[in-house]
Design a protein around this ligand. Sequence first.
Ligand SMILES: Nc1nc2c(ncn2[C@@H]2O[C@H](COP(=O)(O)OP(=O)(O)O)[C@@H](O)[C@H]2O)c(=O)[nH]1
Ligand SMILES: [Mg+2]
Length: 681
Amino acid sequence: MGVHQVAEMHNVAFVGHAAAGKTTLGEAILHKLGVTSRLGNVDDGTSVLDFDDESRERRHSTDSSLLHFERDGKLVNIVVAPGMPDYAGPAISALAAVETAIVCVSAVNGIGVNTRRMFNAARDFGLARMIVITKIDHENANLDEVLASIRDTFGAECHPINLPADSGKRVIDVLTAEDGKADILDVKKCHTELLDSIVEIDDSLMEEYMGTGTIPPEKLEPAIGAAVGSGHLVPVLFVNSKGGVGIDEFLEALTLFAPSPVYGKRREIVRGEGENAVRTPIEPKLDGPFIAQVVKLTSDPKSNIKYAVARVYSGTLKGDGAFHVGDDRKATRPGHIFKLRGAEHHEIPAAGPGDIVAFAKLDLHIGQILDTDAVEGTIPMPRFPTPMFSRAIESKSRGDIDKIGAALRRFEEEDPCFRSHRDAQTHELVIEGMGDLHLAVVRSKIKRMYKLDIETHAPKIPYRETVVGVAKGVEYTHKKQSGGAGQYARVFIDLEPNERGAGYEFQDKIFGGVIDQAFRPSVDKGIREQLKKGVIAGYPVVDVKVSLVDGKTHPVDSKDIAFQIAGRQAFKKAFATAKPILLEPVVNIEVNVPAQFVGDIARDIAGKRGQVVGQDVLPGNQAVLKASVPLAEVANYSSQLKSVTGGQGSFSMELSHYDIVPPMVQQQIVASYKPHGEEEE
Ligand SMILES: Nc1nc2c(ncn2[C@@H]2O[C@H](COP(=O)(O)OP(=O)(O)O)[C@@H](O)[C@H]2O)c(=O)[nH]1
Ligand SMILES: [Mg+2]
C-alpha cells in the first residue's frame, strides 16, 4: 500500500449508542472485502474488532478498534468506537482522528442517549456526519419511526441516500435511481430532495441544476464533499450487517459522501491562549512538514507491545524517518510504521497525510503532536466530559503500591476520561471515571495486565473540624518521673474560633518567665501535630486561635517533647469544651436532563439537603438545573442520576465552599469515628 493522494483518503469513526451494531458493521465490511473468511460475531466472542479479553467477556466493545481498506484506489480508515457512555474517553478520541462521524442507529431501539451525545460531540468539533440505520432485517425494526425520529432530533438536513426495498433484502440508491419501489418513502421524492440539498450551497451549480435538471458528473463529487463537509447534508443509509445487505452500497457511499481531508474539518495548530491565540491551519500536503497527532494508545494482547496510533495531517514520514514529540528538542525514530486492523498489525513503508498509522514501543500520550519541526502549540482535541464518579482504591498487599501507580499512569495516558490522584487530606488513592462500569473495567484490566488485586470503596468525604465556642484557661500538666530522665511541662491555653478560611493562629501571651522562651514554640508544635489528626472525628482542625496564657517549668525535667505533649493534650481538652463542629464540602452541581425530569431532579436535590439556585430550558427539550448541595449527599450521584433518568442525564460539579454539618449528621459521623494509634501519656 503506497502513500495516497489526500483527496483519495476517507477517515470515519463509527459512533453511537451501545448495541447499535457498530462493531458488527465493521465485521460485515471485513467479511465483504474478504479480509475475514467468516463473519465475526460479537455474540459468540469471534469478533475480530472486539479482540481484547475484556470486550469478549463482556460482549461489548470496551475500547475503540481500527480497520482500513482500499477500494477503487481510495483508502478508507475506520475507527470503531465503543458505545457505552462509560467509554466516552476512547469514543471521543475516535473523533480526533477523522473527518466524518458515522452515527449508527439501531432500527429496533432507535436513538439512545449516546446517539445524541456523539452526534452533538461530532457536530461541535466540526466534523461531517452520516447516519447508518442498522438491523433493518430485525423483526422488531421500525424503519419509518426511526427515520422520522432522526429527522426530528438531528434536523431536516438528514436525507436518505438509499432506501430499503424488497422487505429489507436490498437497498435502492436514491442518488442515481429516479424511481423504483422502496419499503418506506417515495424514491423519486427522496432523489429530488437529496439533489436539492447537494446543490443548495453552490449558487452556480444550483442554477445549472435548475436549468438542466441534473448535476454534471464531474461536479457531483466536489459538491457532495462541500455539502457533507459543511454539515449542510447529513446522508442517511440502511444496512443489515448480519445478512450483508447494503454493505457494498455503504462502502461505495463512504468514498463518495464521507469528505476527504480536502473537504473535511481542517485541523489547526494553536499557539497561545484565549484571544491572543495564533491559529495556523495545517495544509494536508504530501511534501509539507510531517505533522501528526496521537489519538489512541493500545497494546497487543499477546506480546503486550504498546502501540501509539497517530493521525497524520501533513507531510510524509518514511520508516527510517524521525519526528519530534511536541517541541521536544530530541528527535524520535519510530523505526517502523504500522497499520492496525483489530489485533493485527502490518508494516508499511511510509505514512502520508490523511492516514492513520501506528508506532510501536514509544512513550506517548493522547493529544501529543509528532512533527518534523518541533513546533510549539497544540492541535485542539474534541471536548471530553469531566469524570465525575470516584472510588478510593487499596491494594491487598502493601508492596504493590508502586506497581499500582504505574498501572494508573498508563490508564490515564490511554483514556482522557480517567484520572487518579492522592487526596491531600484523606491520603486516599482516588480514581475517577465516567461511571461504575468504567472503573470496574479499569480494575479488571489492572488485575489482568498487572496481576494486581485491588479493592475499591467510596472515597472519604474530606470533612474538617473547628469550634464555635470559646475555652479559657484550660490546663494540662505532663509529668513522667518513673526511672531514667524525667519529663515535666504545665500549660494553660485559651481557645477561640478564627475567621472562616483564616486557618490556625498561635499567640504567646505569657508574661514573665513562667515558661522558658525556648519551650513556648514546643507548645505550638504539639498543637500543630494534633490539628492534622483532628480531635472529635479524625478530620483536620481549621480556623482556630490558641493563646498560651500560663504554665510552669521544672528546672531539670522540662524539655521540648514534654511541652509538645502538654500543648497537644491541653488543646484536645479545650477543643472538646469549645463547641466543636464539623464542616463539610458543598459543591455547585449542574445537572442536564430531558425537560420532563426536572421536577424529579429538583425534589431529589432538596431531599439531599441541597438548594436549587437556577433552572434553564435548552433547545431540544433539554433542561439544566443548578444547585448547591453537600458533597456527601452526591458522592454517588452518577448512579443516582442514572436511576432517576434511565441514563439520560449528565452532570458536573465543583467545590463551592465548606459549611457547617447539621448536628444530627455530625453525631453520626462522630459516633462512627474509631480513633486508633498511640497515646503516649
Ligand atoms: N439482526 C441483526 N442484529 C444485529 C445487526 N448488527 C448487529 N446486531 C446485533 O446487535 C447486537 C449489538 O451489536 P454490536 O455490533 O456489538 O453493537 P455495538 O455496541 O454498536 O458495537 C449484537 O447482538 C449483534 O449481533 C444486524 O444488522 N441485524
Ligand atoms: Mg461495539
